[in-house]
Design a protein around this ligand. Structure first.
Ligand code: SAM
Length: 247
């Protein structure tokens, strides 16, 4: 059974409120990093996996993409995506990305996924499928929660002193891959922890070549607006990977 936590009313309300604030880890760390990986999109076809409300799909057409298909498991997200994006070049589909199929031979120039693939149980099957859907000279770019963040079981991994000052980040259970439950807006949000070697070797074993990897820090504007983002220098929150088809 695939988790669809973004259709939980409490989770969805809190998540949208956070994203609409414009003062988030996404705004100052993850989004600038993933955008820095995106090639020239003019005339390209794009598949956006776990597209949420479609703001990244919108970014792609604004930057020249000819056609974007955004896919998300959440009815709330797809409803919102259709409401706030009217560009005819974007099409939203509600379904789990694991179940995606296209007509034989239909491929995309760019496959992107912003912070959704850590929700997928069978990473290997997804990567295999994406290999089939990527055009020969295409690029597959995705961000996930960093394995340093997903590794330890439970929640609250900063070890603090009596005054609440962060002493260090607790890393544990790193080699034990699989399901983790974190408390974020609601209890028991499921993500899947994988080691960096699994993340990369699965790409290589399925015919990809790793092109670039980022463990991004905050932009200077982010540190100004959210001083706690300085802690990203102590442990990274996100990992961004770019892969191409092995020649
Ligand atoms: C953190 S949000 C990111 C949304 C969007 N990519 C963005 O950058 O704003 C993660 C998204 O992944 C979606 N998602 C989670 N599991 C999924 C699955 N199995 N298939 C498709 N989408 C999924 C969620 O519904 C949610 O919209």
């Amino acid at each position: 059974m695939k988790q669809n936590i973004y259709d939980d009313p409490q989770f969805f309300k809190n998540y949208i409120t956070l994203r609409e604030s414009g003062v988030t880890y996404n705004d100052f760390i993850e989004q600038p990093a993933i955008k820095s990986m995106i090639p020239d999109l003019r005339g390209k076809t794009v598949l956006d996996l776990g597209c949420g409300d479609g703001h990244f799909s919108k970014y792609c057409v604004e930057n020249g993409a000819q056609k974007v298909i955004g896919v998300d498991i959440s009815e709330n997200m797809i409803e919102r995506a259709n409401k706030i994006n009217s560009d005819q070049r974007i099409e939203f589909m509600r379904l789990p990305m694991e179940d995606l199929t296209f007509a034989a031979g239909q491929t995309f120039d760019v496959i992107i996924s912003s912070l959704a693939i850590h929700y997928i149980r069978d990473y290997s099957a997804l990567i295999q499928n994406m290999y089939e859907m990527l055009a020969n000279n295409g690029e597959f770019i995705f961000s996930i929660e960093h394995p340093i963040v997903t590794a330890r079981k439970g929640s609250g991994h900063w070890v603090k002193d009596e005054e609440g000052t962060r002493q260090h980040w607790a890393l544990d259970h790193y080699q034990e891959e699989g399901l983790r439950e974190h408390d974020w807006f609601v209890d028991g949000v499921v993500v899947y922890h994988r080691t960096i070697s699994t993340l990369i070797n699965t790409l290589i074993e399925n015919g990809f070549a790793l092109n670039r990897i980022l463990e991004p820090q905050s932009t200077p504007a982010g540190i100004e607006k959210m001083p706690k983002l300085i802690n990203e220098t102590r442990r990274p929150s996100f990992l961004v990977l770019k892969a191409t088809i092995k020649p």
